[in-house]
Ligand binder design. Structure first.
Ligand SMILES: NC(=O)c1ccc[n+]([C@@H]2O[C@H](COP(=O)([O-])OP(=O)(O)OC[C@H]3O[C@@H](n4cnc5c(N)ncnc54)[C@H](OP(=O)(O)O)[C@@H]3O)[C@@H](O)[C@H]2O)c1
Length: 284
């Protein structure tokens, strides 16, 4: 039973990962990023999710340095952007991310998307070359865990044809209204931890009136019910907010448990909302 933001899921290589990650997509670099990350850490978040593409790694690194918590007690994730896929370019992009974050090691590094723009016909080769660089960085101890993002089962199957190390994490869009049953089942079967991006469907969730009654029943908000639903399914959510009251609200999720029937009710909202992004179609 998870009791706080500091409690962890365990990856198959034994690394512990704090059970809620603080999202930073669309958090502007500069004062907003520094202040909101420090606020989150002060409220107990220990896991920060960023990416080279978010262009806020420098401010996140500054917040990490200034927050007063030991580096070893934080879990920092970043992601390799699509245009940097390939063996040499991955090693170079990793160095830039580490220099921007001003860190000695990264806890988790993810391939951001399986199919990069311009590589619709050779994405399998690109992912395998990128992964070879990930494995090298992992073997060198520069990254504690490696994984993928937005990968469907067939993308992982392709990667595994040459991989020496299996991904430890798959970060995908997942929230009430979008269950991703097939990918989740595949990841569970292969000991890959699922992380949920867009746990509030990037704000769309709050328009889903069907969740209001459940939130009222537990005297909680829709955001809190959604995060509980993820945790009770064994999925690690990555809520993003730059608003202090919401950062606190999204952390206050350890004093209630959704009943089996309410979990099922939320499961049955599958298909109602979502970004509409399909990682086989959208080449960025
Ligand atoms: N791997 C990928 O491809 C990928 C893609 C997208 C996102 N991500 C990661 O996943 C994280 C979360 O996804 P996301 O940022 O797209 O969307 P999200 O967390 O589902 O939603 C964020 C939105 O919800 C608002 N919000 C947060 N808490 C709230 C609350 N308690 N009540 C009302 N509104 C609330 C935020 O507003 P304010 O900030 O204004 O408070 C923001 O507009 C990202 O930040 C990023 O780290 C990864």
């Amino acid at each position: 039973m998870l009791k706080s933001l500091k409690d962890c899921f365990k990856l198959y290589n034994g690394i512990e990962i704090p059970c809620v990650g603080y999202g930073t997509y669309l958090t502007p670099n500069g004062k907003t990023a520094v202040d909101s990350v420090k606020e989150a850490i002060c409220l107990g978040y220990r896991h920060i999710d960023t990416a080279a593409a978010y262009e806020n790694e420098k401010s996140i690194g500054k917040a990490i340095k200034e927050c007063g918590i030991d580096r070893k007690d934080l879990f920092i994730t970043s992601k390799l952007w699509n245009s940097d896929q390939g063996y040499d370019s991955t090693l170079k992009a990793f160095d830039k991310t580490m220099s921007d974050l001003n860190l000695e090691y990264l806890d988790l590094y993810l391939i951001h998307w399986p199919i990069a723009k311009g590589h619709e016909n050779d994405w399998q080769i690109m992912n395998r070359e990128t992964w070879r660089a990930f494995e090298k960085l992992y073997d060198q101890g520069k990254i504690r865990a490696i994984g993928v993002s937005n990968f469907k089962p067939h993308h992982i199957d392709s990667l595994m044809q040459t991989a020496k190390i299996a991904p430890m994490v798959n970060q995908i869009e997942l929230h009430p209204g979008m269950n991703q049953n097939e990918t989740v089942a595949y990841c569970n079967q292969h000991n890959i931890l699922v992380e949920a991006w867009g746990p509030f469907s990037q704000g769309m969730l709050f328009g889903l009136d069907l969740l209001q009654a459940i939130a009222a029943k537990y005297k909680k908000t829709i955001a809190q019910v959604a995060l509980r639903w993820h945790l009770q399914k064994g999925i690690l959510p990555l809520p993003k907010s730059v608003t202090p009251s919401r950062i606190a609200e999204n952390a206050d999720i350890f004093d209630f448990t959704l009943s089996d029937s309410d979990m099922l009710y939320i499961d049955n909202l599958d298909g109602r909302i979502g970004s509409g992004l399909d990682s086989d179609e959208c080449a960025f």
